[in-house]
Design a protein around this ligand. Structure first.
Ligand SMILES: C[S@@+](CC[C@H](N)C(=O)[O-])C[C@H]1O[C@@H](n2cnc3c(N)ncnc32)[C@H](O)[C@@H]1O
Length: 286
């Protein structure tokens, strides 16, 4: 993703894969609010890394809606919106887009703090609340604590960008002494501990049988472990296979995960998301 200037605000230029992600979330959001509303539950929309509300499409050069604007247009409507961005100009842009709305709170801050301390407790105030939470960082900027807190509410579903590209570029080295302390710290904070470390290595038989060599494992093992962690540690009930999001060169930038609570609603959410993702798989788009 690169940035292009538009007055004070820098809008992101987004590629096809980001547009696909927005399409998947848009389709699911419609089913989500339809089902919850019909059960007299209150659907809340949470965007931890909300962005400016708009982007520039790299395909057409046109302005396109970002996730918060897509959420505003979802019908039936969400009952409330919580939008967070770390960057002041983006939080201001969101405030302008939400002007006059009484159902929206914009937070200028770090979502690792805001979601844990303000937004999730707000959702938990009523047993009738349910929330769809989008966690869409550029890279390893999300803390495991947030994911775990979402899972443990039993009321929140997440779409999560697993930062495969950032990990491969900055963390997965044969020689871990070459990984910067900052990258290690970011990875540990995202994973929640250091249990990812042995997963990225495999022990291979050396040429002379008795020699052992450490090599890099494919990211598949890490994805499988993360899927299991979302269930076993964070307490989510359902986690379908994540979708790889690739750039125009075919490189995987991230994997899009969905996770939902242990409940009938969570099971239904998984079925619908799997159907949506399978359609893109069949069309060869992912
Ligand atoms: C990939 S963009 C979000 C795109 C948006 N979800 C969409 O689809 O339209 C990531 C955004 O996260 C913001 N950001 C980065 N670190 C953050 C943090 N710790 N807390 C909240 N926002 C953050 C950036 O300023 C940027 O606007």
């Amino acid at each position: 993703m690169s940035s292009s200037k538009s007055s004070q605000l820098k809008l992101d230029e987004i590629g096809k894969w980001s547009e696909l992600k927005l399409e998947i979330i848009r389709k699911y959001a419609h089913s989500y609010t339809t089902i919850l509303t019909s059960h007299r539950l209150s659907p809340i929309y949470i965007d931890g890394f909300a962005g400016a509300g708009e982007h520039i499409s790299r395909t057409t050069g046109e302005r396109i809606k970002g996730s918060p604007l897509e959420a505003f247009e979802t019908r039936p409507s969400f009952a409330a919106f919580h939008l967070v961005d770390l960057e002041g100009t983006r939080a201001d842009a969101l405030k302008a887009l939400a002007a006059g709305r009484t159902d929206t709170k914009i937070y200028h801050g770090d979502c690792n703090d805001v979601l844990l301390n303000k937004v999730f407790p707000e959702v938990a105030k009523s047993v009738f609340n349910r929330a769809l939470c989008i966690l869409d960082p550029y890279g390893l900027h999300l803390d495991w604590e947030v994911i775990q807190a979402a899972g443990r509410t039993g009321q929140i579903e997440i779409f999560l960008n697993f930062a495969t590209g950032d990990m491969q570029r900055n963390v997965f080295r044969k020689d871990q002494s070459k990984v910067s302390a900052e990258s290690l710290e970011r990875m540990n904070r995202f994973w929640g501990d250091e249990s990812w470390k042995p997963l990225i290595y495999t022990t291979q038989q050396g040429l002379f049988g008795d020699m052992e060599e450490k090599d890099r494992l494919s990211v598949t093992n890490l994805l499988t472990a993360f899927k299991s962690r979302l269930k076993k540690v964070a307490g989510f009930g359902f986690v379908p296979e994540p979708v790889p999001m690739k750039n125009s060169k075919g490189t995987v930038i991230y994997h899009l995960f969905y996770a939902s609570p242990k409940s009938k609603g969570g099971e239904l959410g998984q079925k619908i998301v799997t159907q949506i993702m399978n359609k893109y798989r069949e069309e060869g788009q992912i």
